[in-house]
Design a protein around this ligand. Structure first.
Ligand SMILES: [Zn+2]
Length: 581
């Protein structure tokens, strides 16, 4: 899941009518009741009212066959292991991502799916991979340092041993003061304070010295779920985000990199955010530059260390005791393709084959683990859903299409490009013919926890439909729906052009505490029972959507939203829930 680089947000039209939806959600009974009663209580938008009046039903026969296939012949964990252990991590445009995409394409074809292909989008920029890494404190004592290079940073040109200096470089005055002191040094760069993203529990994120006394892993309790059903309208602290990510901060980051290069520093070390426990949070470097571009200015090698290891170096230096570190980092930029690809596969429909139900997940990951919970498992679940439906021999009336998106971590780029190409450009909102043919898009990207419900994304008209479809899955723990929006992933690309796009409420497990964008995002963090359930739910929902008499109800088409950001990164949507990111 992508944590959008926070930047100023305009409240969008959807937010206004989410409030209307809130009223509906609070008065509408949550357990499935007669559809008539539910629709009477809901503030259904006029555009959607007609579509929602069809009486909903569940095809229990299909559901049984889906469950049977998903449990007795599950290929899910095998698929997942290939996408993570064998070919991962899948940083966009890296060799791992392409290997995983080729493997997925072949597997989907072998399963007999139709129209399996890569759909090019771009430009994205260079790929990147780490090929070798070692870091060791060599004085005052030998000590292995645990760390990972940040994506799209250069390596060290072979082993280099250098003295380490503490340099807090957060202001132009700091740079001035540090002049002449950094030549040949490895710099411990105390990072500028980063905004603490809310954890699933809503508690502030723990940090070194502020440990959490809560368990690292949890499922939603009934009371958590009840809270999630309440609308929460919490404005972003825009001033704070502007401070950390606004143009002035970006300019300063550029200046700092140029300064460090000019002064002849060797590398930058940072401590991981979070409280430690072996969890190292690593993404790309925030240098103020778009490092994916081939002509990006030179920057230093940058490594994130375990916070305890960073802390040890820092504490020794504070005692005026010299520290030296040996680094050997080999990173490679790849330029074979500056465009990227989404992976597409279909099960053709029958009498309504021109209409489409889409399911999808982002395929790319960050680089320190293998992108297991974010988002290899969801890609594997979507592939498994396609396999299951195909294998059961069920004949969906509408075409079911799967999209596995890349570039999500850099701002939902792949799904947004797909939506622009096929449905509408959010900045212009001139609707393409396919816009009227997409019924619904279902997305998964919140780790490996089992589904507990669905975010209605403000689309109250969808409530009675999901209530009916989810009823048989109460035994899985899928008992709620919430009118809330959730953000940070690819359903937003569809939502932004007025297409119904949904994301599920999932048990957070240890996504926020251990795996999200960390070195521990590995196969072992996924529990088969949770994700097999998710595959059953998505397969059933996709099949029901494909066979429903009418298309899915929609929210009003939004106004064009001028692209506010350079580099095509979508502006974040309005504040979302406390759900895991
Ligand atoms: Zn992510």
């Amino acid at each position: 899941m992508n944590v959008p680089e926070p930047r100023p947000v305009r409240l969008r039209r959807t937010s206004i009518w989410v409030s209307a939806g809130l009223v509906a959600a609070l008065v509408a009974p949550l357990a499935a009741q007669s559809r008539k009663a539910a629709s009477a209580n809901m503030a259904t938008p006029p555009a959607a009212a007609a579509a929602a009046t069809a009486s909903e039903s569940v095809d229990y026969d299909a559901m049984y066959r889906i469950k049977e296939e998903a449990t007795t012949h599950s290929a899910l964990m095998q698929t997942f292991s290939y996408l993570t252990d064998v070919t991962g991590p899948r940083l966009t445009n890296s060799p791992g991502m392409y290997a995983a995409a080729e493997w997925a394409k072949k597997q989907l074809t072998d399963w007999g799916l139709s129209n399996v292909h890569f759909e090019k989008w771009g430009p994205f920029g260079r790929g990147w991979e780490n090929q070798k890494f070692s870091a060791m404190m060599t004085a005052p004592q030998p000590f292995i340092l645990q760390g990972y290079p940040k994506a799209w940073t250069p390596g060290t040109n072979g082993p280099v041993t250098a003295d380490v200096v503490l340099a807090t470089l957060n202001t132009p005055e700091d740079l001035e003061k540090a002049k002449g002191t950094l030549k040949g040094k490895i710099v411990l760069l105390t990072p500028a304070p980063t905004p603490a993203f809310p954890t699933t529990s809503g508690r502030p994120a723990p940090s070194p010295g502020n440990p959490s006394f809560e368990p690292l892993i949890h499922r939603y309790t009934e009371s958590d779920l009840a809270d999630l059903q309440k609308e929460s309208v919490r404005p972003l602290d825009l001033a704070r985000f502007r401070g950390a990510f606004g143009p002035a901060a970006t300019e300063f980051r550029k200046k700092r990199q140029a300064f460090l290069i000019q002064e002849g520093a060797v590398a930058i070390l940072e401590g991981s955010r979070g409280e430690g426990n072996g969890v190292i949070f690593v993404q790309g470097a925030q240098t103020g530059e778009d490092m994916r571009q081939a002509d990006a200015p030179q920057v230093l090698p940058q490594i994130v260390l375990a916070s305890e290891h960073y802390g040890r170096l820092q504490r020794i230096l504070e005692k005026k005791t010299p520290v030296s570190v040996e680094l050997n980092v080999q990173n490679r930029f790849t330029t074979d393709s500056l465009d990227s690809i989404n992976v597409i596969a279909e099960i053709p429909g029958t009498d309504k084959k021109d209409e489409v139900v889409m399911i999808g997940a982002h395929f790319d990951s960050w680089q320190a683990g293998t992108g297991a919970t974010d988002n290899g498992i969801s890609s594997a679940v979507m592939m498994e859903v396609m396999r299951i439906i195909k294998q059961t021999g069920l004949k969906p009336r509408r075409t079911i299409r799967m999209g596995l998106w890349t570039g999500e971590e850099q701002g939902l780029l792949g799904s947004r490009a797909y939506v622009t190409e096929h449905f509408a450009d959010r900045t212009k909102m001139d609707l393409k013919p396919e816009h009227s043919k997409l019924s619904v898009y279902l997305n998964m990207d919140n780790g490996g926890g089992t589904f507990r419900g669905i975010y209605l994304q403000g689309n109250a008209a969808a409530s009675s439909i999901f209530q009916t479809w989810a009823k048989p899955f109460e035994s899985f723990g899928m008992t709620m729906q919430t009118i809330r929006n959730t953000g940070g992933t690819d359903h937003l690309s569809f939502d932004a052009v007025g297409l119904p796009g949904f994301q599920f409420v999932q048990d957070p497990l240890d996504y926020d505490t251990r795996t999200h964008h960390t070195n521990l995002d590995l196969y072992e963090r996924i529990f088969p029972e949770d994700v097999i359930k998710n595959a059953i739910v998505i397969a059933t929902f996709a099949y029901e959507a494909a066979n429903r008499d009418q298309m899915f109800p929609r929210k009003p088409v939004p106004k064009p939203q001028p692209d506010q950001t350079p580099g095509g990164t979508p502006a974040p949507t309005r504040p979302t829930t406390t759900s895991s990111r």
